[in-house]
Ligand binder design. Structure first.
Ligand SMILES: NC(=O)c1ccc[n+]([C@@H]2O[C@H](COP(=O)([O-])OP(=O)(O)OC[C@H]3O[C@@H](n4cnc5c(N)ncnc54)[C@H](O)[C@@H]3O)[C@@H](O)[C@H]2O)c1
Length: 367
């Protein structure tokens, strides 16, 4: 049994390695043939998450420059990444024709302005989730990228998670039967909030992941409620019910105030139920036969452990060199934002006005 699993791993790892080598050779040959420039990436925003993006693009040998407003952040970049340029002014990126792609990792309320400026300057753009908090803006950016023939990719990280991709494969093979229900819980504590609500911070992951694994787009919001621990319009815990194509019902819970972390996705089909637990150190994905009592016949599924963010950054570079649309493209970002915008209206009612007047910070460490 052990040899069997080891054997499968070796085959998977060697085929992955072969694929990486093959892709690199093809990219090199294509670049040579088409006289293409080497990729040079700029990252805007070296905050809590930007640090991970910078690390990954640096390790992929494409990081050219990091932009942040904060002196201390730029000092850390210089110390940790020798040879990488730094700036406080994003116009330095716009004016540098050698920069082929830009990762926008600033707070969500700044995304529209930044992404629009970068697309207008002819740069391929990776923008963190959510692409915007206004559906109309997401549409404008998607159309602009299309018009200019540029890559626009949104950081819907879970679409690049190996276990999520294994689950998608399983669903496509029919192992769960006909899908009836999905439930995504993303509960934790967050001491540094700077979003319109926990829903805007975390639910882009849930909505994009459910749509991806099930192959069904969200159709409408059925219910949306939230609770604000500070009794204002910023919700710390939200529950939304969403109907997906084919009548699949999904329940999505997100929290900034739950001391016991839980990050799970349950997908229930007519035959079996899969549970993806992203906090589990191993065996994150398990399948339970609906007709056999749990814990007797459940089985874990093999997948290759690679940092999802590395795969996501690599995907952006591959899209930039091939011209293929990203798995999480602007359209995908627009679909997610449209649903969350609808949920927010239901959740807040007249309180929406208060939220629209609020000024959010440029860094959540300085709220
Ligand atoms: N994919 C994920 O799992 C994940 C996780 C966390 C955050 N995020 C997303 O990443 C983005 C950033 O989140 P964060 O937690 O790093 O925020 P943060 O507040 O920690 O960092 C934002 C950084 O942007 C910089 N900044 C703001 N305006 C700027 C400007 N005009 N020019 C240059 N720099 C500017 C700030 O100085 C700060 O360093 C958000 O969209 C967030 O939703 C994604």
């Amino acid at each position: 049994m052990k040899i069997g699993i080891l054997h499968i791993y070796l085959i998977l790892i060697s085929s992955l390695f072969t694929e990486i080598v093959r892709c690199n050779i093809i990219t090199l040959l294509r670049r040579k043939r088409e006289g293409m420039k080497e990729q040079k990436i700029a990252v805007i925003g070296f905050g809590m998450w930007g640090r991970n993006i910078v690390r990954n693009f640096y390790n992929l040998n494409v990081l050219d420059i990091v932009c942040d407003l904060d002196d201390e952040s730029l000092r850390i970049v210089k110390e940790q990444y020798p040879g990488v340029k730094v700036t406080k002014d994003f116009n330095d990126i716009i004016n540098d024709d050698s920069i082929t792609g830009v990762a926008v990792v600033t707070p969500s309320h700044t995304h529209f302005k930044m992404v629009k400026a970068m697309l207008e300057a002819g740069k391929n753009v990776y923008v963190e989730k959510p692409i915007s908090t206004v559906a109309e803006e997401a549409k404008v950016l998607t159309e602009l990228a299309e018009e200019k023939g540029l890559i626009l990719m949104v950081g819907h990280l879970l679409l690049y998670h190996p276990a999520v991709n294994r689950l998608k494969m399983l669903i496509e093979e029919g192992a769960l039967g006909e899908l009836v229900y999905a439930q995504s819980d993303r509960l934790n504590v967050n001491y540094h909030k700077n979003d319109r609500s926990v829903m805007w911070d975390l639910a882009p992951h849930d909505v994009s992941m459910i749509a991806y694994v099930t192959g069904k787009n969200p159709v409408k919001v059925i219910s949306a409620i939230g609770c604000s621990s500070e009794k204002n319009a910023i919700m710390d815990i939200t529950h939304i019910g969403v109907e997906f194509e084919g009548g699949l019902i999904a329940h999505i819970s997100d929290s900034w105030i739950t001391p016991q972390k839980r990050v799970t996705l349950l997908v229930r089909g007519t035959k079996a139920t899969a549970i993806f637990d992203d906090t589990a150190p191993t065996d994150k994905l398990k399948v339970y036969d609906n007709f056999i009592p749990a814990n007797t016949q459940n089985y874990p599924l093999d997948y290759i452990e690679i940092e999802p963010l590395k795969l996501e950054c690599q995907h952006f570079l591959n899209c930039c060199s091939s011209g293929h649309k990203a798995r999480s493209d602007g359209e995908n970002g627009y679909t997610v934002v449209s649903i969350l915008e609808e949920a927010e209206k239901i959740m807040l009612g007249s309180k929406l006005e208060d939220l629209n007047k609020k000024d959010f910070a440029l860094s959540r460490m300085k709220v």
